[in-house]
Design a protein around this ligand. Structure first.
Ligand SMILES: [Zn+2]
Length: 116
């Protein structure tokens, strides 16, 4: 399962940061693109399983899905690709190129004793 590997790798990164700062992590924000999209439920489950018994247990995990951008070959506009309406948002052409997909990224880690 894709999510298990991702959860373990993210957990390792968070544990490392927690060790450096000496604070208890309370939440994390992950972003992912469309081709490597994470299933929210699988991810939450996998992370909980991986984090059990560590300082990360009970952390609040947020998954942001970054839309895929496409560039129209007709009118050159860049638009958010929508799988339910896969045409250019401006001229409705079906001729377009995909821009590069957003990478899987650990964006933010929140710690308990942050003052702001
Ligand atoms: Zn267009």
């Amino acid at each position: 399962m894709h999510e298990t590997a991702v959860a373990e790798s993210i957990l390792q990164t968070i544990l490392q940061h927690a060790e450096e700062t000496g604070a208890k992590p309370t939440g994390a924000i992950i972003s992912c693109g469309q081709f490597n999209a994470l299933n929210d439920e699988c991810m939450q489950f996998a992370f909980e399983a991986a984090a059990g018994g560590t300082i990360c247990e009970g952390m609040n995990l947020t998954i942001k899905h970054i839309p895929l951008q496409a560039k129209c070959k007709q009118c050159r506009v860049t638009f958010e690709f929508n799988i339910y309406s896969p045409v250019c948002s401006q001229c409705e052409s079906a001729e377009y190129d995909f821009e590069s997909d957003a990478p899987l990224l650990l964006e933010t880690i929140e710690f308990e004793d942050e003052t702001q």
